[in-house]
Design a protein around this ligand. Structure first.
Ligand code: 1GP
Length: 270
């Protein structure tokens, strides 16, 4: 990635024929070394972004160590690729913070999702954490990615911690109004979240309704465990599919690479 301040945003919001995959790494669930190996497997499988964050137990220290390990690993791969004269987008995949709040930032990341949990009932997640974090982000120079974040049922831990008034599968008008609001606020991305480990992912009807109501890049995650489910979300309008738990089920990097390769192939069969 170059150092143009909007380079990551351009990369993430650029229109593609198919949805892209992002792997979410929770620094509270794995050592930096294992996180880096999982990211390498994801990069080799064709993932297009690495998100680092979690809704609890993350702090400056484990986020910083995890981001550093991942960046070092990706740099090595990039260096190896230049030796083989291979240059592709996959060699440059960005590491983006997906923070639970102002206390979980790292200056080593390429960008940070600067988000409003739009359906939170607490001012903390609507604006207070953002006000605390903004001066640090500005000072560090990492690129902020303006994003509306909507927690849908079942919502899981992030729904509880974020005090979300959950969006139900039948709330089509409501999700549509949120999507338009996000666009009017000037956000560039909207993330429809079912919660990490959700038993049911975000309903395709909600994704469709959001898609019809805004011109934003749509990110969908929570409870997506296979390529077929990802494809349904992609066909409904998701531009990015995020998986977190899926990678954590694999300790063997080769196995994970195989699984994610198959996932991405299946996700894009439409
Ligand atoms: C959570 O949407 C992400 O923020 C990913 O969820 O861990 O269920 O894949 P999973």
């Amino acid at each position: 990635m170059n150092n143009d301040k909007t380079s990551i945003l351009n990369y993430i919001t650029s229109k593609k024929e198919y949805a892209r995959h992002a792997i979410l790494i929770d620094p509270a669930d794995q050592t930096p070394d294992i996180a880096a190996k999982r990211c390498l497997a994801a990069a080799n499988a064709g993932s297009s972004m690495i998100l680092v964050g979690g809704s609890s137990d993350t702090d400056m220290k484990n986020v910083e160590a995890t981001v550093s390990a991942i960046k070092e690993m990706l740099e090595l791969v990039k260096w190896a690729a230049t030796q083989d004269a291979i240059t592709s987008e996959e060699q440059n995949i960005p590491v983006v913070l997906f923070p639970q709040g102002a206390a979980a930032l790292s200056t080593k990341a390429d960008a940070v999702t600067f988000m409003m949990l739009m359906n939170s009932t607490s001012s903390r997640y609507l604006i207070d954490e953002q006000v605390l974090g903004a001066p640090h982000i500005k000072k560090s120079g990492i690129e902020p990615l303006p994003m509306g974040y909507l927690v849908c049922a079942p919502g899981g831990k992030v729904g509880e911690v974020g005090k979300a008034n959950l969006i139900q599968p039948s709330d089509l008008d409501r999700v549509s109004a949120y999507a338009t609001t996000a666009e009017f606020y000037g956000f560039k991305l909207i993330y429809l979240e079912a919660g990490s480990g959700a038993e049911t992912p975000v309903s395709p009807n909600l994704i469709e309704s959001a898609k019809e109501s805004c011109n934003l890049t749509i990110v969908v995650g929570g409870g997506i465990r296979d390529g077929k489910t990802a494809r349904i979300a992609a066909k409904a309008g998701a531009d990015w599919i995020v998986t977190g738990n899926l990678a954590e089920e694999y300790d063997d990097a080769d196995e994970l690479q195989k699984k994610l390769t198959q996932f991405i192939v299946e996700m894009t069969k439409y």
